[in-house]
Design a protein around this ligand. Structure first.
Ligand code: 1SY
Lengths: 179, 179
């Protein structure tokens, strides 16, 4: 089951590593100039999950109210023979409907890119019809893993994006701000 | 099927991106001082696949004849909302049985780390008994994907490592040199 493995891989190989370091990374960031991050409590990674797995490299393309602001200081880890493998997150400035800015760390769930590309490779074994089902399975598996994780408690927000609504010009920023 | 998805993810999200750039990256590397890479033909990524999924962060731990030499110049790509995501490979100096050095780009297949960790998480759904089977399935799926890939043709070496032989002090360097 493709999504089951991708969700576990996303957690074990990435989220478990980076989420506990987010708070410290953000505190080192001069570009914030004392600006406060969205939401009370610890710094959370906002993980965007489009139901149609249509992941953009830059969210500005989906909604100009979501703007890249700064890189967080990177984490460097020796991993599986790759020396100093770099894990670097992106801080965004999200404008709400009143024009007020909200700063938050966000990205799309990268494994959805794999699901999208696999659905176009005939030898990969599944097509566009099963893809939506795989995205939902990925979301539910990831949600369950994260809810049971002590290391990642309260350090994330999972944001499911309905492709029936992506034509709305500020759907993305609205969803991020309300989560 | 966990390994099927991990092999596709490894290809679509990583190998397809980095392998075509390896040759150019190596040519920019001053630390080689004109030293020639192992093997005639294009620069290949040597991918280590231990059958027991026991992936080390540093191969020196498994065989002191495998030594980190230099970082290749990184590739930076905007991907899924992560701006300037860094892909950086490691060049190693591998001493053979005659003490002659061979330079090559190598790493363990990182998804095997996921398999290893999943086999210890009860809620992930498989244990150590199925793990060896999953590693073999990962290897065969990856081999088939890479053999049909036009972009990655001849740019890799898959090196299966038999855990029955890892007690031999220079098993790793010997396997790398002979592939
Ligand atoms: N947003 C984001 N930023 C990251 O730095 C990152 N690193 C991993 N991931 C995602 O976490 C999961 C676990 O990663 P793992 O390393 O086991 O597999 C990785 C790994 O085997 C290989 N790979 C990807 N990036 C690198 C890299 N920079 N160096 C070496 N190997 C890499 O290719 C697989 C698939 O990568 P992605 O398809 O980008 O998504 C991964 C994956 O879903 C990331 N996601």
């Amino acid at each position: 089951n493709v999504s089951h493995g991708l969700a576990w891989s996303f957690y074990l190989g990435y989220l478990k590593l980076v989420l506990p370091h987010l708070q410290k990374s953000v505190e080192k960031l001069k570009e914030l100039n004392g600006a406060v991050l969205k939401g009370a409590g610890p710094t959370r990674l906002h993980i965007l999950l489009p139901l149609n797995a249509a992941v953009s490299s830059r969210p500005e393309v989906d909604d100009p109210n979501v703007r890249f602001h700064a890189h967080l200081p990177p984490l460097e880890v020796d991993r599986a023979g790759v020396r100093g493998r770099v894990f670097k997150n992106s801080l965004y400035k999200v404008m709400d409907a009143q024009g007020k800015p909200h700063f938050c760390v966000l990205e799309y769930a990268t494994p959805l890119l794999t699901l999208h590309q696999m659905s176009h490779e005939s030898s990969a074994g599944f097509g566009e019809a099963q893809r939506r089902h795989q995205v939902l399975l990925f979301y539910r598996t990831l949600r369950d893993i994260l809810e049971s994780s002590l290391q990642c408690r309260n350090l994330y927000r999972l944001i499911l994006l309905d492709d029936q609504r992506t034509h709305e010009p500020h759907y993305l920023s609205t969803e991020i701000v309300r989560h």
